[in-house]
Design a protein around this ligand. Structure first.
Ligand SMILES: [Zn+2]
Length: 217
């Protein structure tokens, strides 16, 4: 089972990917993780990527795609894989196609976790960080015992610039702009399956399992 997981920031993609790894025993391939490990292993492409990362620049598509290709050829992908965070754009999706053909694989499902944007704003602006020790809390999911105060050290909790509503809305808009065409692209290929990312992680995972079990590959 080869799949792509799509979903906006705050949709809980990472959690769902981890649960799928546990249930289906297929590796999760996240661009960030494999870039970091390519750098750590000093692989040739990893070293090229590092050059860009060190300068705070985005790693160009051709390098990311090369690293993805290497990763997909690894033995543990024989039984399947879960692509998380890739492809992010149409050019990346178009570049993925010939790689899959070359290694004799295809995408079976593209799972798109849909969440109402206002719900995402609520989730993503709820994080509070301790000024003193860096501990993180969440107003909805993990509230501190005393409002505005760190449970661990008594320090003051604050809203990081990254977590401010304006920043979050910009990120969500950016995601929407990049991903809407991607969703159409996979809809055209008839591999797209959308699920509603409402309720807790268990409820969302149930939907994924039902969907995958109903359409075995
Ligand atoms: Zn603290």
């Amino acid at each position: 089972m080869n799949l792509i997981l799509l979903g906006p920031p705050g949709a809980g993609k990472g959690t769902q990917a981890q649960r799928m790894v546990d249930r289906y025993h297929t590796p999760q391939i996240s661009t960030g993780d494999i870039l970091r490990s390519a750098v750590k292993e000093s692989a040739p492409l990893g070293m090229k990527a590092k050059g860009f990362m060190d300068q705070g620049q985005l790693v160009p598509d051709e390098i990311v795609i090369g690293i993805i290709e290497e990763r997909l050829k690894a033995k543990d992908c024989d039984s399947g894989f879960i692509l998380d965070g890739f492809p992010r754009t149409i050019p990346q999706a178009e570049a993925l196609q010939p790689i899959l053909t070359k290694i004799g694989k295809k995408i079976d499902h593209v799972i798109n976790i849909e969440v109402d944007p206002e719900e995402l704003v609520r989730r993503l602006t709820g994080r509070r960080t301790c000024k003193n020790c860096g501990a993180m809390f969440h107003l909805l999911f993990q509230p501190p015992k005393k409002e505005g105060i760190c449970d661990r050290c008594g320090g003051t909790l604050y809203l990081r610039a990254d977590d401010k509503e304006e920043t979050i809305r910009t990120r969500l808009k950016e995601y929407e702009k990049q991903t809407a065409p991607l969703i159409q692209y996979y809809q055209g290929k008839k591999t797209l399956r959308s699920i509603q990312g409402v309720g807790g992680p268990d409820q969302i995972f149930d939907q994924i399992v039902r969907l995958l079990d109903a359409t075995p590959v």
